[in-house]
Design a protein around this ligand. Structure first.
Ligand SMILES: C[C@](O)(CO)[C@H](O)COP(=O)(O)OP(=O)(O)OC[C@H]1O[C@@H](n2ccc(N)nc2=O)[C@H](O)[C@@H]1O
Ligand SMILES: Nc1ncnc2c1ncn2[C@@H]1O[C@H](COP(=O)(O)OP(=O)(O)OP(=O)(O)O)[C@@H](O)[C@H]1O
Length: 270
């Protein structure tokens, strides 16, 4: 089975409090975008994992695809060995949730391939054991997210027909480190209400707390954001714990010269 685990952006991200388990509660809108890996899972004689494309730091045995396989195999011993091939395209440590998407799509593929009968809720419960962002990619639809990022509410926001540009300045920001250097505080805006307002009001109203904390160390984040606005973005912001910055446009912008030295993806929003 071949799938294309896609990235997400955070539209607004408020880190509101530190929890007793060491994690943080947040308030955010998660929105799927088209920048994707390719993931093939096939029944095989023995279990194997290989990746091509962007190098994934760390040992392959720790890959979230394999972790997802082992987690399901514990409860469903009938799952046979599989061959997993991940072609990595989405930048890593980039705030795009790429590894989390690979994890969730592995769970969805195994569920379909081997008729495990898991519904979305059950798959979300497995996914959230492997990472805070993972459960979102089971339904993979725009959501208001809270808790660790693994609880969801419906949200009245649609950017269908708009156009997104994602710019990654080749800086790897570790999620754990980014959380380590943030001071949680209650959000000074009701994100669900702010998102229901017209797009041209978002610029001054909807923020990412990580952008505020990381920009002094990485001024390039502000430079990219300013460039996106100068190219006509209606809204621009960093996603997740960085380092990718996105711009939302009414129409396809001419960006080729602007970000020559960076990894860039552009396409329509669904
Ligand atoms: C920044 C976001 O991308 C926003 O969507 C996510 O919160 C990150 O989620 P993720 O990559 O799935 O993170 P995890 O793999 O669960 O956790 C990595 C590390 O980030 C920190 N972490 C993560 C999520 C959270 N709500 N609070 C945290 O403090 C913890 O130190 C944890 O050890
Ligand atoms: N399939 C995978 N893709 C990417 N990273 C993976 C994967 N499986 C395990 N990892 C590990 O996760 C680490 C990256 O996690 P990190 O949370 O920083 O980035 P991310 O998954 O790209 O998304 P985000 O920055 O949005 O959280 C890598 O250093 C790697 O060791």
């Amino acid at each position: 089975m071949l799938t294309f685990p896609n990235a997400k952006i955070n539209i607004g991200l408020y880190i509101t409090e530190k929890r007793a388990d060491g994690f943080h509660n947040l308030s955010s809108c998660f929105y799927p975008v088209g920048w994707s890996d390719a993931l093939e899972i096939l029944p095989a004689e023995t279990l194997s994992f290989e990746s091509t494309g962007i190098d994934i730091p760390g040992d392959a045995s720790q890959n979230l695809c394999l972790k997802a396989y082992h987690l399901l195999k514990k409860d469903f011993p009938e799952i046979p060995p599989v061959r997993i091939h991940l072609h990595k395209v989405v930048p890593i440590g980039a705030g795009l949730g790429g590894g989390s998407a690979d994890c969730a799509f592995t769970i969805k593929s195994l569920n379909s391939l081997f008729n495990l009968g898991l519904d979305d809720k059950a798959m979300q419960a497995y996914a959230s054991q492997l990472g805070s962002d993972c459960a979102f990619f089971i339904e993979n639809k725009p959501k208001y997210c809270f808790g660790k990022g693994d609880q969801f509410d419906e949200i009245a926001v649609s950017l269908k027909g708009k156009y997104i540009v994602l710019v990654n300045p080749n800086i790897h920001i570790s999620t754990a480190e980014a959380y380590g250097s943030i001071k949680p505080k209650p959000a000074n805006v009701d994100l669900q209400i702010a998102l229901s307002q017209p797009l041209d009001t978002w610029k001054d109203a909807i923020l990412n707390d990580f952008e505020t904390s990381l920009t002094p160390k990485y001024p390039v984040l502000q430079e990219i954001k300013d460039t996106l606005y100068s190219l006509g973005a209606e809204y621009a912001c960093m996603t997740g714990s960085g380092s990718t910055v996105f711009g939302i446009f009414e129409n396809t912008p001419a960006i080729k010269q602007a970000f020559k030295e960076y990894m860039v993806w552009q396409g329509p929003l669904e």
